[in-house]
Design a protein. Structure first.
Length: 94
């Protein structure tokens, strides 16, 4: 039996720190869909950057799927993402 229920949320919105969940969570993984241009996904907690990833300039490469080991990354206030040249983002959290 799992220790917690995993939830998901998605966005295609670009812009400054789109809220994906309002409250404390642990990010367990995510899927980012690249565009024809190199892009970035920046994850933030209450407008403070936690980490960023970059995507290659290639739609043909397909979605980027990352699983975060162990307990995931803790976001103490809220999970936010800033998409730049990324077509979409799906996050998995508990």
């Amino acid at each position: 039996m799992a220790g917690s229920d995993v939830k998901a949320n998605s966005t295609t919105s670009t812009g400054s720190n789109v809220v994906l969940f309002g409250g404390p969570i642990r990010l367990k993984g995510f899927i980012a869909t690249p565009t024809a241009n190199a892009g970035t996904v920046t994850f933030a907690d209450d407008n403070v950057t936690i980490f960023s990833i970059t995507t290659a300039a290639s739609v043909a490469s397909g979605p980027i799927s990352i699983s975060i080991p162990d307990e995931g990354i803790k976001f103490g206030t809220k999970l936010q993402a800033n998409l730049a040249n990324v077509a979409g983002l799906t996050v998995f959290f508990a």
